[in-house]
Design a protein around this ligand. Sequence first.
Ligand code: ATP
Length: 232
Amino acid sequence: MLKIKNLSASYGHIEALRDVSIEAEKGQIVSIIGSNGAGKTTLLRCISGQVKPTTGAIEFLGEPLPAKVHQIVKKGVVHVPEGRRTFSGLTVRDNLLVGGYLFKGKALEENLKKCYQLFPILEQRKGQYAGTLSGGEQQMLAIARGLMSNPKLILLDEPSLGLAPIIVNQVYELIAQIREQGITVLLVEQNALKALNICDRAYVLENGRIALSGTGCELLNSDKVKKAYLGG
Ligand code: ATP
């Protein structure tokens, strides 16, 4: 479904990605783990059209992805950024409607209904301002807002960041449910244990390059991964 070949990207003189190749099949969770500054966010920004790669190719469903963000969303790729970035002065419902901007009328209501089924807490909070939600609820809202565009591929950037372990577990249960709906998930995480446990395939990004790849299980058993990312 997603094929990235030899992708490089820079911010001025700072090279953030070098020769990165990754693949994801339909309905898989593919995790990208790596430490601060490894290039994980840049990789997602390249896919969602916010950063223009210097070289390389991104194919989605057998075709090159278009260049512009809104065209990429139309193709079925949505990016849920690090730090939630919900619209704090808008209600939960209005945040979701913004995410569903491609749809109108019945189709929009249908998407909203599906979101509330997956995230009942958001239905309970639909009239509340997003800025007054807890961190966990804001993360749910950010993911739900992404799902409102009916994506085939969702890019999740550090969904566990800053959340208590019990809330992280809830977020991960939702990510598994998203996969069950046939949506492909590209999951960027510093929480390597969680990300490797849930995924079908994973890549380790170090200094902008892919250092290792394999199934989640293979990487969980890798001495290198254990030492560098799983606390020994
Ligand atoms: P983190 O987990 O801390 O978000 P990351 O793995 O997502 O890290 P990136 O944010 O992709 O890493 O950053 C990769 C490199 O690119 C880093 O060296 C970073 O300093 C640099 N970088 C990121 N964004 C910019 C920017 N807007 N301008 C200049 N350099 C940037």
